[in-house]
Design a protein around this ligand. Structure first.
Ligand SMILES: [Zn+2]
Length: 191
């Protein structure tokens, strides 16, 4: 996988344009990756509903939870589904709306300077092996493109919005993710 710096697109990813984005503040460099978990409805996988949420076309009458979240205007740069398939919704050069009210090392508004990566999943069900593999490839591609990003600058949504957000949850195996990311980054650097 490779990031095209000019377009802000991830080559090889499925592309679905979300209208839920705006410009990053001038002069702000991307230097954080935020890992999330998402499933719609909660605990169910594989439907078209994440695409629909991020394109503001979620049918509120379909499920009580949809009625709750359909009015939200949210997005993420990437979603990794249970098979590890990668979809991009917002260009990395633009600000996606994934973190909400957030703070990282005393710096607020993480959306300004982060890339949002959603893993289809829940806080308590193990994430799929294919998702760890895809995450490692994506992070390696991002680190290769953005010098201020690194495998160390990877946090969970719960880390930057504690008390408000719990994803990706205890089901997310951080040591496993960091191991795979480290080896993907080494491979990418050697290329
Ligand atoms: Zn989240």
């Amino acid at each position: 996988m490779q990031v095209d710096l000019e377009s802000g697109l991830l080559r090889g990813a499925r592309q679905i344009a979300s209208p839920n984005f705006d410009s990053r503040p001038a002069g702000v460099e991307t230097d954080l990756i935020v890992v999330h978990g998402i499933s719609l409805p909660p605990g169910e996988f594989g439907g078209p509903w994440i695409d629909r949420l991020f394109t503001n076309t979620l049918p509120p009458q379909q499920h009580p939870y949809f009625a709750e979240v359909a009015p939200l205007r949210v997005s993420s740069h990437l979603v990794l589904d249970r098979d590890g398939k990668v979809t991009q919704y917002v260009r990395f050069t633009d600000r996606a709306w994934h973190a909400g009210k957030s703070v990282y090392k005393q710096r607020e508004a993480c959306n300004d300077y982060s890339v949002g990566v959603e893993l289809e999943g829940t806080d308590t069900l193990p994430y799929a092996a294919a998702q760890y593999g895809a995450l490692a490839e994506v992070v390696a591609a991002l680190c290769a493109a953005h010098p201020r990003l690194s495998a160390r600058r990877l946090v969970g949504h719960s880390d930057i919005a504690p008390g408000r957000k719990t994803d990706p949850g205890p089901a997310f195996d951080w040591p496993r993710a960091r191991r795979l990311i480290a080896s993907a980054c080494r491979r990418t650097r050697r290329r």
